[in-house]
Design a protein around this ligand. Structure first.
Ligand SMILES: Cc1ncc(C[n+]2csc(CCOP(=O)(O)OP(=O)(O)O)c2C)c(N)n1
Ligand SMILES: [Mg+2]
Length: 877
């Protein structure tokens, strides 16, 4: 409750005083004076009443609006055609029974927000410095419709909206994977656009701070829905944007007040709520609430009564005003106060209905964008009030409008009439596209505006500079044995990254990224060596300034230490991993993270990175359910390879030795940055230290394909496959087996996922052409031997199970199914049954099943090995 006014006359004097300052000296002076007055209050210890929100009205007053220079009517005609073609595209896609879907209402509410951008603000790609625009996914028909008028898409293309299997059609939503020369940013999963856009702007500043791209006024525009802002990802990183004063970032939130099921905030005001949230994080907030038809009415509101109603009305009612029309609005809005009702007495019900919302008024939107692109020192969010389903007759602001894919003939006709589309009643049922001739004033105008802004968008660059391979010695160093030293694969990868950072060919492109975990991975030496990027430099002497590895933050720091945000760090990685396309600057980002907090935490972002054709390295450090031993259930990853295998262009590896790491990284750099293949890499590394042998000659190919032999035998009776740290257990198992005269052959499996992929490919080739007798790589490796195979990894059995179809013999898989827990590595491996003894047990059992070991002998061996038949099952629930 606000405090009671005990002296209204005195209050009025203060208000009059500030009014006269506003009138005579302007707003800036008035707010300066009030800020000084508030400071006095602060000094006395009073809590100032500091409102984060302003009244529910346009942030830019009419007199301060920048004037839109273009031809309003011409632009309206063009926009109407875009609206029509977008509508028709969806209606045609849903005319038959294919159930293709599509959205009408989202774009219809956002058309003006995009159009003003296309006509005046969005920079094209002619100079390679195009603005980066994260289009709201459900608006895609509208973006295609514009490209159609531009002549880039034709009617067949539009007819192939959502038909991509038999024809190279138009993808449902922005998907670079499916339209690689068009869409840049995959966004339709709600919340990804906002977080990816923020980190894109952050990376843009990072790259310019390092002198890799010019610092210019290139912008990142993020268009999103008001419902979408509920996703934690949408608002989760706005603090970073405020803190880093990312003036290159503009959010446009289309506040049509509805989401899929109904109102976003029926009982409140989403615009006000977002204003508070963004302002609190240091953003410029520009509200575009009312259109220009409201201006003369608002001007009459000298007493503030209309404003009081505007402030009080909830979004659920605002929705009604568009759904139920002018008479309803007069009764339920203006009539709340007799003096306000009086203000609209000369307006018909139809006039009241037509009182437009800010987001549908090109003048208001222009003024907002103009202010946003010229704002300095902070990111900007534009909160634009619109109507969902704008122009769709009875479906406008209807609670079900989101999913409308078909319109009644009546509604189609009213749409045509509202937007003056030149289609007669006799033609309308055919739902024709409309494109004026090439030399028409409309098409000429459209092309001229885009030319002036640097060309058409969206467009995506598909190829870019080819990098030179780094010095081979960086990798070859690790081909040697580690000698007496015990090291971990995490140490190996960090050593390679450190050397790559100094490489003459690619050093400046390498970016280590961590989410507050550098010390965990032994990367702290990099703090001082390359510096941690900080947009503000370092304004303090670090606590450890006298140490060798001090915490160095600097404006041109190379390392991205993103703090505890895996989603943020991954988004930064994505921006760098796609820099080859968005900046024509291939970057080599290495994102190191706790493998448990990788895919499992941010899988939607990794899926989007695949769609965006990211190229870079993800390093799941501290991996393995028993290898990272003391951390317990929420840390110990035994399934990230299963998750990574779901992404078609992600190549994943679980290497055991540092030379394997070296071979994989070298091959990855070649594939992604020289051959320009659209892969990204996921490599798990471990914190367990052990001795690393010298690389066996000629094993590179096998390491890359997924497995190679590390121990042969003249008369092997069993074949042991080990992956990652568990390879050592297989080696120890072979010693145990030797005691029983069982010789084994040992293979290091660097990737069950890749072996599986190869298997699927070859199997399919053979099936399609039955006379083919091609062998899978696994079959090639295990050609004519008749010996059983045992596989063990630090991942769930499903990981090793993947190659079962290609093993034509008994095959037993061991893995770490079940929840992790903390204990010593030794105990954990025994518990999960991936230790030397369990591998030996599986080997002996499979030989017994093949009648190669007698009943008597197996009993003796089991006794010898203390095998306990009542041992609890580790995945028991
Ligand atoms: C992560 C995620 N969850 C759910 C959906 C399904 N979905 C698609 S659009 C939509 C409503 C969007 O509302 P809003 O953000 O307000 O956009 P509008 O269409 O109103 O502009 C939902 C729930 C999705 N695309 N992504
Ligand atoms: Mg909405």
């Amino acid at each position: 409750m606000p405090p009671k006014d005990i002296d209204p006359v005195e209050t009025l004097e203060w208000i009059d005083a500030i009014n006269s300052v506003i009138d005579e000296e302007g707003l800036e002076r008035a707010s300066y004076l009030l800020t000084r007055v508030a400071e006095r209050l602060n000094q006395e210890g009073a809590v100032p009443s500091y409102n984060l929100t302003t009244p529910f009205k346009n942030s830019i007053s009419v007199k301060d609006e920048a004037k839109m220079p273009g031809d309003l009517l011409m632009e309206r005609r063009i926009r109407s055609l875009i609206r029509w073609n977008a509508l028709v595209m969806v209606l045609r896609a849903n005319k038959n029974d294919d159930e293709l879907g599509g959205h009408i209402s989202t774009f219809s509410s956002a058309a003006t927000l995009y159009d003003v951008g296309f006509n005046y603000f969005f920079r094209g790609s002619d100079n390679h410095l195009e603005d980066m625009i994260y289009f709201q996914g459900h608006c895609s028909p509208g973006i295609y419709a514009r490209s159609y008028l531009e002549g880039y898409l034709n009617e067949d293309d539009l007819d192939n909206f959502r038909r991509e299997v038999t024809k190279p059609g138009l993808s449902s939503y922005p998907h670079p994977w499916l339209m690689p020369d068009y869409w840049q940013f995959p966004v339709v999963s709600m919340g990804l656009g906002p977080i990816l856009g923020i980190y894109q702007a952050h990376v843009m500043r990072y790259l310019s701070a390092r002198g890799l791209v010019p610092r210019n006024d290139r912008k990142v525009w993020v268009f999103c829905g008001d419902g979408e802002m509920d996703e934690p990802e949408s608002k989760g990183a706005i603090g970073l944007a405020g803190r880093e004063q990312l003036e290159n970032l503009i959010f446009v939130v289309n506040c049509n007040l509805q989401r899929l099921d109904g109102p976003v905030r029926g009982n409140g005001k989403i615009i006000q709520e977002l204003e508070g949230a963004f302002r609190g994080e240091g953003w410029n907030v520009i509200k575009v609430v009312w259109g220009r038809f409201w201006d003369p009415i608002i001007e009459k509101d000298t007493e503030g009564k209309l404003q009081e109603i505007m402030d009080a009305v909830v979004d659920g009612e605002l929705q009604n005003f568009k759904a139920k029309g002018g008479a309803y609005t007069r009764k339920n809005f203006f009539a709340r106060d007799p003096s306000v009702l009086e203000m609209v007495k000369d307006l018909s019900d139809e006039d009241i209905y037509r009182l437009n919302r800010g987001g549908h008024d090109p003048y208001k939107v222009y003024a907002a964008y103009h202010k946003a692109v010229n704002s300095k020192g902070a990111p900007t969010v534009i909160l634009a009030l619109t109507t969902k389903g704008y122009g769709t007759g009875s479906r406008e602001a209807d609670n079900t409008t989101h999913q409308v894919k078909k319109l009644s003939l009546e509604n189609i006709k009213s749409f045509r009439d509202k937007f003056d589309i030149p289609i007669s009643d006799s033609e309308i049922e055919k739902l024709p596209y409309v494109r004026p001739s090439e030399d028409s004033p409309e098409i000429q105008y459209l092309k001229k505006t885009r030319k002036a802004l640097g060309g058409f968008i969206p467009r995506r660059r598909m190829s870019s500079e080819i990098l030179k391979m780094p010095n081979k010695k960086i990798f070859e160093k690790l081909y040697q044995s580690s000698g007496d030293r015990k090291i971990s694969t995490t140490m190996a990868v960090v050593r390679i990254i450190t050397d790559l950072l100094k490489d003459n060919n690619i050093g400046e492109r390498v970016v280590p990224i961590v989410p507050d975990e550098a010390r965990t991975f032994g990367m702290e030496a990099l703090f001082r060596q390359v510096g941690i990027y900080s947009s503000q430099g370092q304004k303090y002497e670090p606590e450890d300034a006298d140490k060798v590895m001090w915490y160095k933050e600097s404006k041109d720091g190379v390392m991205l230490e993103e703090g505890i945000t895996e989603a943020g760090a991954f988004s930064a990685w994505t921006a760098l991993a796609t820099a080859y396309s968005n900046y024509d600057l291939p970057m080599i980002p290495f994102y190191l993270f706790y493998s448990m907090f990788g895919f499992q935490r941010v899988h939607d972002l990794s899926w989007a990175a695949g769609d965006a054709q990211a190229r870079g390295f993800l390093i799941g450090a501290t991996s393995g359910r028993t290898t990272l031993n003391g951390e317990g259930l929420q840390h110990q990853d035994g399934h990230s390879h299963i998750l990574s295998s779901t992404i078609p262009n992600c190549l994943s590896y679980d290497p055991a030795y540092s030379y394997e790491v070296a071979v994989i990284l070298q091959d990855g750099i070649k594939k992604m940055y020289i051959d320009q293949k659209n892969y990204f890499y996921y490599i798990t590394t471990m914190n367990e230290t052990y001795h690393h042998p010298e690389m066996p000659k000629g094993s590179e190919e096998g390491i890359i394909k997924g497995m190679y032999k590390i121990q042969s035998s003249d008369k092997p009776k069993i074949r042991l496959l080990g992956s990652g740290a568990i390879l050592n257990e297989a080696l120890k198992a072979s010693d145990i087996l030797n005691k029983y005269d069982i010789e084994s052959e040992i293979w290091s499996v660097t990737s069950f996922n890749l072996l599986r992929k190869n298997g699927m490919e070859i199997e399919r080739i053979n099936q399609l052409d039955p006379l083919n007798t091609k062998l899978t790589y696994v079959e090639e490796c295990f050609a004519d031997d008749d010996i059983p195979v045992i596989a063990a990894s630090d991942y769930m059995r499903a990981y090793a199970e993947q190659i079962r179809p290609y093993i034509h013999n008994d095959y037993i898989t061991l893995g770490t199914d079940g929840y992790g827990r903390s204990d010593s590595r030794k105990n954990l491996r025994e518990f999960f049954e991936v230790n030397d003894l369990s591998i030996s047990r599986a080997a002996i059992y499979s030989l017994f099943k093949k009648n190669l070991i007698s009943e008597e002998k197996i009993k003796k061996i089991y006794k010898d090995l203390n095998i306990d038949p009542s041992k609890p099952n580790p995945w028991e629930v």
